[in-house]
Structures are given as C-alpha cells and as structure tokens.
Write a protein that binds this ligand. Structure first.
Ligand code: EPZ
Length: 418
C-alpha cells in the first residue's frame, strides 16, 4: 500500500500547471457514446477515474486510443453492449453518466446503481426522473437501473434539487431526443458549460448551459468532433489554498480564473494578494499567516463543496475562528477526525464545523477517506511540524494528477513511499 510523507514548514513558491478538469472530462468521455464517429478529447488529466471511465467505455465495445500526451480518441461505432457492470460502477459513481448517452443512442441502458460512498448516500433519483420525463421506461431491479425507449421525446424537466450529474445525464440524453427539452433548476457548474460546448461541437443544439435553464433542440445524429477539456478549478483552488496556508507565493498556469470567483474571493478574505492575467493566477501571502474565513458550500457560483475540506485546513492554522457549513452532502466532514490528530481545534455541530485557528499543527500518521479530504490532509501536512504520513492515497490519485510532483515543484518536501 503506497503512502505519502509530507514534511511541513516550507512556504510554496513557483509555478504550477493546472490539468484538465476531472469533473468535466468524465461526462465528456461518456458523451462520446452519443456520436456516429470518433470524438477526440484533449487536455485530459492522467487520473485513476479517467482510466476507470475508459475501461467502462471499452467494456461497452467502444474503441479507445490514447496517444503519448494522453489525448484520447473514442470511437463509439463498435459499441455492442449497453450494460455498465457493478464491478466498475461501484468504484466510481460517475459511471452512471453512461445512462443518458446509451439510452439516447441505442434505446437501451442497464447501469448498476452506484451505491453510496464515503461522503453520502448519493442517490440517482433525479437521473431516473429525467429519463422518465423524456419518455423512457425505467425500472430499478436487482441493483440495476434498466431503461428503454424507442426514441426519447423532448420534455420539460424540473429537477427537485440542483444536481450536477443529473443535469449532465439528461442534457446528454436530450441532444438526440425528438423535439425540444427544457431543463429547469439545472446545475450551473463550469463543467456543465464545458460538456455543452463539446456536445455543440458534435452537432448538438443547446442554449443556456451555465444558467439554471437549459434548452435543447434534439437532432437526428451527432457526429464526432474534438474538444479540449476546461481547466480544473478544484485542483487550482487546492494549490492556491496550499500556498495561502504556507505563507508562500505561487502562480497557477493554464487555469480559468473566471470559473473561480467564490474561491478567489475567499482567498482575498484570508489575506491573499491575488493577480489574474489570462490563464494565470498569482497569489502572494507576503509571508503572512492567513485570516480565518467562514465557508458555506453551495451550488455554483457559490463556494464549491469540493473546496470545503481544503478551506477547513486553512482555518485550522488561520488567525481567528472560521465557521464551515457543508450544505450539499450529508457526510463530508470525515477529514475533521484526521485534522484533530494533527492538533487542530474543531467542533462539529451537525453540518457545521467551528474551527479555531491554532499557532501550529504537529505531524502524525493520518488516513484518507475521500478525495478532497485527502487533499486537505496533504495541505495540513505542508504546515505541520515534522512528518505527516498519509495512508490510502488511492483516494488522492482519483482526482489529482501527480500531486506530489506538482507540490515538490513548488518547494514542498513531499514523497510517495511503498
Ligand atoms: C458532482 O457529483 C461531482 N462529481 C462531485 O465531485 C461534486 O462534489 C458534486 O457534483 C457537487 O458539486 C463529478 O462531477 C464526477 P450532485 P454529483 O448530483 O453529480 C443529491 C469530487 O470530489 N442528489 O450535484 O454526484 C446528492 O446526494 C466529487 O470531485 C440526489 O438527491 O453531485 C447531493 O446531496 C465529489 N439525487 C446533492 O444532490 C440525485 O439524483 C448534489 O449532488 C442526484 C443528487
């Protein structure tokens, strides 16, 4: 079992290149199933979840070709199966995103129920509601979602709550449905805008992606195309918070500051000096300790839930008291117990954590539980005295490309050991 060891105490300095967004590339790879020809996807991050998705697409029969810069070519013309097996879906809930494309392109889909995960039960009722609204017959039996439809028909779909995945699944299905589909109470994340741009490049007709109301005019066919994945705003935010915690000064390149307003505002509140210039974001703390910030996660354009653990790590060593509220997932405070082991002062009351900044954390062995919790423990290790050893780092590898190489490039003392 691999571990990561971080020796704290070094301010981060230098430049870091931001990779393509995990939460954009996963739906975009699934969108390749909708086309009549190959889809070329560029700026793909080399992540475990990407490899899992490629395995799933290959299982369905799609042709997959990776070149040495990890650009990916998906050829859906050889797809034969419409079944996404439990073995793959249980390791990555985003596999449910093949439901809409298979149903729309082949008239049938069988996708294992993803099951819960560490951060919550993660139901898919809104995905099913959307497919039924488009005229599919959907049943859930023996742990599988079984959906059929001769041809989907455009409809008005009003989501009960804002759901990134359900918005993506229904958006993809609607591109080949007959007539007009209107998605109301749609998620507005930048990854949805990126997916829509890829679908439009494939011939889809979509208006309003990035707003709460998306209108799709169904077409007969989608052709192949080419798309470069948007920068990962969560990876970028993670490195900027790391620099703020260590009192350093870094520049993130190949980023998209326009997708990160809430995160950048919170970093300014914490005392960071920020300068955005095109795809470059420069942060400078001038050696100062960050000020505590209050965080309440919200759907985009609010503070992303995927940045909650990282900002909590900042509050652990900040000057003051920060109140952190998690409003999206029911169990996304697993990092609290591990941060307490490092000497943090945190009190949890329901979905709110009161974080009292301490002068210093002390290194200790800690355990990763989910992707962003793992990132917050690495960040805490960057400032803790002595060594922090992180176990179960496969969680990290799901969502961060070469995180220790990128942090070492910024001057951190971090290494992976077997
Ligand atoms: C996406 O998950 C992201 N994953 C998550 O990132 C992210 O935290 C989340 O959106 C919120 O931004 C990918 O894009 C692959 P949701 P998703 O549907 O689509 C409830 C990471 O760390 N809900 O927006 O699964 C759900 O339980 C990951 O990169 C239903 O009740 O999230 C949750 O409480 C973690 N029924 C809330 O809605 C449904 O049918 C938001 O979930 C769907 C969702």
């Amino acid at each position: 079992m691999q571990k990561i060891v971080v020796e704290g105490g070094r301010p981060l300095r230098g430049e870091v290149r931001i990779s393509g967004a995990k939460n954009a590339v996963l739906p975009i790879l699934c969108a390749g199933l909708l086309a009549d020809g190959p889809l070329m996807v560029r700026n793909v991050p080399n992540l475990h979840d990407v490899k899992t998705t490629l395995r799933l697409l290959a299982d369905l029969g799609a042709g997959i070709h990776l070149d040495d810069s990890f650009d990916i070519r998906i050829d859906p013309r050889s797809v034969r199966s419409h079944v996404a097996p439990y073995e793959l879906v249980k390791t990555m809930r985003a596999s449910v995103l093949v439901l809409g494309p298979l149903l729309a392109r082949h008239g049938a889909a069988e996708v294992s129920l993803p099951g819960g995960c560490a951060i919550g039960s993660r139901p898919v009722d809104q995905h099913i509601k959307g497919m039924q609204a488009l005229g599919a017959e959907v049943s859930v039996e023996h742990g599988f979602i079984k959906a059929r439809a001769k041809r989907l028909k455009g409809a008005r779909v009003v989501f009960d709550m804002v759901s990134v995945g359900a918005t993506e699944n229904v958006l993809m299905a609607a591109t080949l449905a007959e007539g007009r589909t209107v998605l109301e109470n749609a998620a507005m994340e930048p990854e949805i805008v990126d997916l829509a741009q890829c679908l439009v490049a494939m011939g889809a007709r979509i208006e309003g992606a990035g707003s709460g109301r998306i209108v799709v005019e169904g077409v007969e066919r989608l052709h192949g195309g080419e798309h470069a994945v948007v920068a990962d705003r969560i990876e970028c935010g993670t490195f900027l918070v790391a620099a703020a915690m260590t009192g350093g000064a870094i520049t993130a390149t190949h980023s998209r500051p326009d997708t990160m307003d809430a995160v950048l505002d919170k970093l300014r509140e914490a005392g960071a000096e920020l300068d955005c210039d095109g795809d470059r974001i420069s942060l400078d703390m001038h050696g100062r300790r960050p000020r505590a910030v209050n965080i309440a996660t919200a759907p985009h354009p609010g503070v992303p839930t995927d940045m909650q653990a990282q900002f909590m790590a900042l509050d652990c060593i900040a000057d003051g008291v920060g109140v952190v509220s998690e409003t999206i997932f029911e169990n996304r405070f697993m990092h609290v117990q591990e941060l307490l082991r490092l000497g943090a002062d945190i009190r949890v009351e329901g979905h709110t954590a009161i974080v009292r900044g301490v002068e210093a954390l002390s290194g200790a062995p800690v355990m990763a539980t989910d992707l962003r919790a793992s990132a917050s423990l690495v960040l805490a290790g960057l400032v803790a005295g002595g060594d922090t050893t992180l176990d179960r780092i496969y969680h990290l590898d799901r969502g961060y490309e070469n995180i220790e190489a990128k942090l070492s490039g910024l001057g951190a003392c971090i290494r992976r050991i077997d």
